[in-house]
Structures are given as structure tokens and as C-alpha cells.
Design a protein around this ligand. Sequence first.
Ligand code: MSP
Length: 531
Amino acid sequence: MSAKPTYSFTTPIYYVNAAPHLGTAYTTVAADTVARYQRMNGYDVAFVTGMDEHGQKVADTAEAHGMTPQVWCDSMEPAFREAWDMLNITYTDFVRTTEPRHAKSVQKFWNDLYEKGFLYKGAYEGWYCVHEETYYAESDLEKNEEGVFVCPDCKRPVQLMASGEENWFFKLSDFQESLLKFYEENPDFIRPETRRNEIVSFVKSGLKDLSISRSTFDWGVPLPFDKGHVAYVWADALLAYLTGIGYGSEDRAEEFEAHWPMQYHFVGKDIIRFHCVIWPAMLMAAGLPITHTVFGHGFLLTKGEKMSKSKNNALRPADLVKIFGVDAYRYYFMSDVQFGHDGSISMERMVQVYNADLANTWGNLCSRVFNMTKKYFDAQVPVVPESAAALVASNPLKEIADELYEEYNACLDKVDFSGAAQAVQKLAGRVNLYVEEMAPWNLAKSEETAGELAAVLYNALEAIRICALYFAPLMPNTSAEVFRRLSLGDITAVDNIKEASAWGQLPAGNAVEVGDPLFPRLDTDNLPSVE
Ligand code: MSP
């Protein structure tokens, strides 16, 4: 096992009734940004994602496509793997809930709770929404124009679950007080704060026991103590977080020890009750420690509406990657939508951010400075003579760079991606200004200012190296390319970004390659509409 400290987190595991869209890609890119940064920060990262394959919704979708559920799920795996590969996602485990290793976790976990006396058999009579895979009390439901009860979340008609269907129940109600105490003692467990308030008042209003099994269909993991029952899809899916770090696998016992409890579960705000009420209660019952923070991010909205497959406004990540490239895609969603709030996305805004931050600032900066290095120093990082050394030791770029680790790290710690992006942009923007102020083209006119010219270009190149380091979690390809053009090593090998970004480490004499523009300006007249 690695001697490094661990940093572990998850995305939700996604239902396979539909291919990945911008909403699911959003959480996944956010998690990957954390993964890449924390690796550069010296951590041994566990990043679990996967596919949620059981339950009635997926079974119904498979049937509608004339396939068995298993064949349907198998057919969906490439769509997820390919989307995540395209977006450069570096997950460490991809859990499919139909895998035998996961069935083993589910069975081990619920068997343990059964033996500990947290389960009982009873009749469930009540309402269920297949689309949300959620039970609702009648008082929570809404009625549509025809007077039919509909789901308060997705507005589809709900099903009345047959009276007399025997289910296994988890004694969730026993955990009301322990949960409230836990929230009180762990103020960071639910973030942002608004979501925390919502959960606390929900739990205070009283918890009902939770039906965790179904006997009327069989697309799920059979419960070991009552084989005629399969686990309720959420009683199965949440355990993927444990499966993904080796729970229940003898050969991964050490890994599980090292990575549990986790730092974060990143989830959308629509599924925080499962993560902040049911999940910690399950863990308490099992005697396992609880994840440090559940972060409930907001929704991406197009024209004010939540994007979703059913509303037909769900865009495919590939459509946007084709136009903007993968790094600009990642950058836009991480920098322009405040993680935790709903955010409106639009083609216009994507183009604006692309042109302002990437084409005009970051990309342009690299082109200018690399070109001047070619012109004035034969495409090599200049050697700064002693006479100009003071200009390297102290300059406005170094001042910003010296503060960058603290600022960026504080943002990433609270998963403020847009704050982190802005912190790097501040340095990049300042380098552009510095070049204007110092006007290397004037310094190049006289031998007397040759030392100064070397110092100015050295500073600009060094600041570019540092920007590349901090942009790497957001835009891995571009940063790797900038490192290559500066003849630096493999940026993904950096495991101490704080030290690596200390000022003055760019070796003089390194070859500098100008290359093509990193972010060519977009021809805004010819953009396809994606809204
Ligand atoms: N399978 C469950 C999760 C089980 S985790 C143990 C599930 N899957 S899902 O595919 O329906 O949704 C996954 C995530 O995508 C949720 O966190 C949801 O909030 C997120 N999003 C779906 N549409 C979204 C937007 N329009 N914007 C941002 N995120 C959205 O729920």
C-alpha cells in the first residue's frame, strides 16, 4: 500500500436508462478536478463512479427496448466509459451494480444489519415513483389536471404498491435522534449550508422505517436471508461506494481500511436525502464511520429549466466537446457555474468564456511569450545575467505566484472550482499586463537592456509554468502540452504542487516550442445551436 495520505470521494452511480448528459458529466468532471488536484497535492486518491443498473426503472427501460435488463445494461456500459474517457476522467474504480463483487457487498452489508436486528418484515402499502425510485407519503404527492396523484419531483403518476406485499424494513426511525446529534456535531457533513437546513428540518419532522426489499420483481440483488426478495435499488446503489474501494473483497481489505471513511460524496441536490439521511443511518447501524461531507451541487439549467432527458433538453457532452475541445468544456462548467448553486448554461456564455479566458488570456499569453522567446532567445528559456537577477527575485508576477498555492488550495478544499479558476486567471492576466508594461520589443532594441529583456521573458515563462500547474486539474491536456513546449517533465507526475510551483524553478536553456494556438478563437458566426 502507498504510504501517502488518502483522499477519497465518489460521484453518484448513474442510472443506465439513458446515456450520460451534461448534468451527469458535470458531477463527474468536478470529481475529476478534485482527483487530479489532490494527486498533485500528494494524496493517494480513490475516486469511485459507476452505473446503477438494478430497479424497476432500468428493467422497464430494457423492456421498452425489447432486451433483458442485463443485455440492456451491458449495452450501456460503453456509452459511460467512452464519455468519461472523452472527458479525461481518471476514476479509480467503476462499479457496475450487476457485478458479482457488488452483489457480495450488498449481501454482506444487509446480512450484517439483519443479524444485528435492524431489519423486520412487514407489509408496505403506499406510493412509489418508478422514475425517481422513491417512496412517497400521500401527503407529499401532488395531483395532475385529471386528479391523478403524481410525484412531487418528476410530476409523473405514482404507483400504489399492492397491499399485502411483504417487504423487509430497515429501522430508520430508530436513528432520528442519532442523526440529529450527528449533524450537530459534524457541521460540515452536509454542504452547502442551505441543504443542511433542509435535511435537519426533514429529519426533525419524523422518520419512517424504510422498505429495503421487493418481492414482486427480481431485477436486483437477492437478500441472503430471504432469497425471494431483492434489495431496493437505493439499498443496493449506495453500497457501490464501499464496493469501489474494496469492501467485501479479501484482497482489497487494506485498501478499504485506508480509504474509508471518505472525504466527499458529490451528488446533485435532488438525491441528498438518500445520502444525508438513509446512508448515514445505514452506516451507523453497520458500525462504520461516516463520510466527512456530502456536497449537494445545484442543477444546470437551460433557459431556466433543469436539463433532463425527459424534457428533451439534455445535451450530449460530445456535441460540445466537438466545438470547444475537452479542456474548454471542463473549464467552462467548473469556472462559470458556482458549485452548489443552480447555474444557467448557454452557448453564448460558453463562447464568451472561451474567448475571454482561454483564447484571449491563457492561450494568447502562451503564444505571445513563446513567440518572443523564439524571436529574442533562439527558442530557449533565457539565461538571466547577474546584473538583472534582482528583476527575477522580486517582481509583480512572483508576488501573485507566491500566494497562489494558499488561495487555490483553500478554494479546492471547499470545492470552489470557480474561485480556483479565477485565482489562476489572475496570474495569467497579470502576465499579459506585465508584458505590456515591460514591452520586451523595446528592451530588444538595445544591448544595454539585454539583461532586462532576459529577466522579463524568464519571468513570463516561469509564470506560465506555474499557471500550467494550477490549470492542470481543470485542463489536463493543455497543461501537459504547455509543459511539453517548455521541455518540462510529465506534469501528471507532480505530487507536491506547492513545492513544484515555488518561484524560479524553470531551467534556463530549456527549449521552448511555439506550437499552434492552444485555444484558437471561435468563429461565432458558424456555431451550431445546441439549445
Ligand atoms: N442512480 C442514482 C444515484 C445513486 S448514487 C448511490 C441517480 N442517478 S441519475 O443518473 O438519475 O442522476 C445522477 C446525478 O445526476 C444526480 O446527482 C443528479 O442530481 C445529477 N443530475 C441530473 N440532471 C442534472 C442537471 N441538469 N444538472 C446537474 N446535475 C444533474 O440519481
